[in-house]
Design a protein around this ligand. Sequence first.
Ligand SMILES: CSC[C@@H](O)[C@@H](O)C(=O)COP(=O)(O)O
Ligand SMILES: [Zn+2]
Length: 217
Amino acid sequence: MGFEKITLEHKRQVLEELADIKALFASRNWFPGTSGNLSMRVGEFDPEQFYFAVTASGKDKSLRTPEDFLFVDKHGKAIETTTLKPSAETLIHCEIYRLTGCGAVFHVHTVFNNLISEFFGAEGSVPIQGIELIKAFNIWEENAEIRVPVLPNFADIPSIAELVPGVLDPKVPGILLRNHGIYAWGKDAFEAKRHLEAFEFLFEVMYRQLLLKGASK
Ligand SMILES: CSC[C@@H](O)[C@@H](O)C(=O)COP(=O)(O)O
Ligand SMILES: [Zn+2]
C-alpha cells in the first residue's frame, strides 16, 4: 500500500501515540541530552514497502512541538517535503522493521543499559536467567535464559545497521549498543513499551546483583 493510501486519521493517531510515549519516557529521564529516538509504523507491513513515523534528529525530546516527528520510507528517507531530519539512527530502525515486521521501535540511553552493555560488551551478549520479568517477552519456561545481543558502538550508523541481521534473536525483542543504549521493539507501541520497561528493569536487577555478589561473604 502506498503512503498516500494510508488514512490521515491513522497517521494522526500514530503521531499522537508516539508523542504520549515520548512525554512519558521523558518524565522518566530516558532522553538525557537529546538522546534517544522513537518510531512507529503506519500502514501494513510489507518488506518491499513500509513506512514509519520517527523522531526528528537532535530535538529536545522532553518538549511537545509540531516538529517532533516525520514520516520515512523503508530506506529511512523522508516521504514528504520537510526541513526536519530523521533521527541519525533511523537506519537501525529500518533494519529492525525489515527483519521483524514489528510495529514500533524505541531507543533510549539509560545509566543501567550503558553499564550493563559495557560489562558484558566483550562477551557480545548479556545473559539473563531466572528473573520473573523475562515473562514480559512472552517466555514462560521455568528458569529461562535469554541473551541480549550487544553490538559495537561504531560512529558510522550503516556499519552498525549491517550487523543487526547477524545478531537479532526472534525471541529477544532488543539489541544493546555498547556504552550507548538499547533498541527494543514490539508488534505495536504497547508491546514495545512493555519490552523496553522489562529490559530496563532486568538491567537494573543485574547491576544490583553484580554489586551484591561483589560484596558477598
Ligand atoms: C546527543 S547523544 C545521542 C545521539 O548521538 C544518538 O545516539 C541518539 O540517540 C539521538 O540521536 P537523534 O539523531 O536525535 O535521534
Ligand atoms: Zn542513541
